[in-house]
Design a protein around this ligand. Structure first.
Ligand SMILES: [Zn+2]
Ligand SMILES: [Zn+2]
Length: 368
């Protein structure tokens, strides 16, 4: 940036990038360089001189994210991210990404498009906890390479195209809910008897109550990951989270949640209800010494609902193969990989030809 540009920004009351960096607490105490969170060390690392600094002060203790009260979230939910942030939206895939105002984001981390524009939307609730990156980009690339090599029908050009620098780290938002549940139910239970060589079921009615405390029901805070995410999300150790600190995000973008808290709770109730149905069914089977349950009707009340907004770390890589976009996700905590491989037509044809040849030989042998 030229001196003239800096002076111009000052006149407009804007702080320069340098000043913003200073504000974000990411300035190296040794060389004044810029620091980023280093997954391998679990510390901030200076990009210029490699100086390492712990995220927590010496007398600070590491804690887990605290549960927040769901009922009052709208009124008193924390919106303070601790540092100036920017939001950009990708015009191609619609995703919104939040990152430190001091950083620059040139392309969409999910689709590689450079059609991204800054938007003035609310940042939304600040995260309560972070599952921090434990793998760096190099380790993510290694995991991905091992995985893609095992993909049978994968194009050669894709296997060759992996470059560490193409892996982009992003945090995915995820809601978790705790709640006490009280359920009343009625149903029919059936007991099977053998009679004259056939099984007959005798039905009886039953009703009762069931209580269960639900701990950490997870709902992904983004609607975009239905295809490539379910397995990845299940593979996170969400209990290994740390109370949110802006330093954990240094150098990484955050996807803004597109599922609002209220909608996430509706989804959570659905998931919890399925779980309760299974457990009530098991309870009836055990209590009535029954073999079957039918017409189960339940009414559940949820009390003392609490939530957390957690950030989950993933490494994303996108490939453009003949105009088609392929996206792969590497879990930043344990390295598991997810995504659909582009299929190589040549390899499929070869395999099909091979199978046909074997079938042909078998046919010949059987007909000799
Ligand atoms: Zn330094
Ligand atoms: Zn995009």
């Amino acid at each position: 940036m030229t001196e003239q540009e800096t002076a111009e920004m000052r006149r407009h009351g804007e702080s320069t990038i340098e000043e913003k960096k200073k504000d974000s607490g990411r300035k190296c105490p040794r060389c004044r360089g810029f620091m980023e969170f280093d997954p391998k060390e679990g510390k901030l690392r200076c990009l210029s001189c490699d100086y390492l600094e712990a995220v927590l002060a010496r007398n600070e203790e590491e804690t887990n994210a605290a549960e927040q009260d769901f009922i009052y979230a709208e009124r008193i939910g924390n919106q303070d991210w601790g540092v100036e942030k920017k939001t950009v939206r990708c015009e191609k895939c619609g995703i919104e990404m939040i990152y430190d105002a001091a950083d620059a984001l040139e392309e969409c981390l999910y689709c590689g498009s450079n059609q991204i524009t800054e938007v003035q939307t609310e940042l939304g609730l600040a995260p309560g906890g972070v599952c921090v990156f434990e793998l760096d980009a190099k380790q993510a690339a290694e995991r991905f390479e091992t995985w893609i090599r095992k993909q049978r029908f994968c194009r050669k050009e894709l296997k060759k195209a992996v470059r560490t620098k193409d892996f982009k780290g992003i945090y995915i938002p995820c809601w978790t809910f705790d709640t006490h549940t009280d359920t009343t139910y009625d149903a029919y239970y059936g007991i099977n008897y053998p009679r004259k060589g056939v099984t007959v079921t005798e039905w009886g009615g039953c009703n009762g109550t069931y209580r269960e405390f639900i701990d950490d029901q997870i709902v992904v805070g983004s609607t975009r990951h239905e295809q490539d995410m379910p397995n990845i999300i299940r593979s996170f150790r969400t209990e290994d989270n740390k109370t949110y600190r802006q330093e954990y995000l240094a150098g990484f973008a955050v996807e803004r949640y597109s599922v609002e808290l209220k909608d996430a709770w509706e989804k959570a109730k659905e998931l919890i209800s399925h779980r309760l149905q299974r457990h009530v069914r098991d309870k009836i089977l055990a209590e009535c010494h029954a073999d079957e349950v039918k017409d189960l009707k339940m009414t559940t009340t949820y009390t003392r609902i609490q939530y957390k907004l957690l950030l989950l770390p993933v490494w994303v890589i996108c490939f453009d193969v003949k105009g088609k976009l392929y996206r792969y996700i590497v879990n930043g905590q344990n390295g598991s990989v997810s995504g659909k491989s582009p299929i190589s037509a040549a390899k499929v044809a070869l395999t099909v030809a091979g199978v046909l040849a074997v079938l042909g030989i078998l046919w010949l042998i059987l007909n000799m």
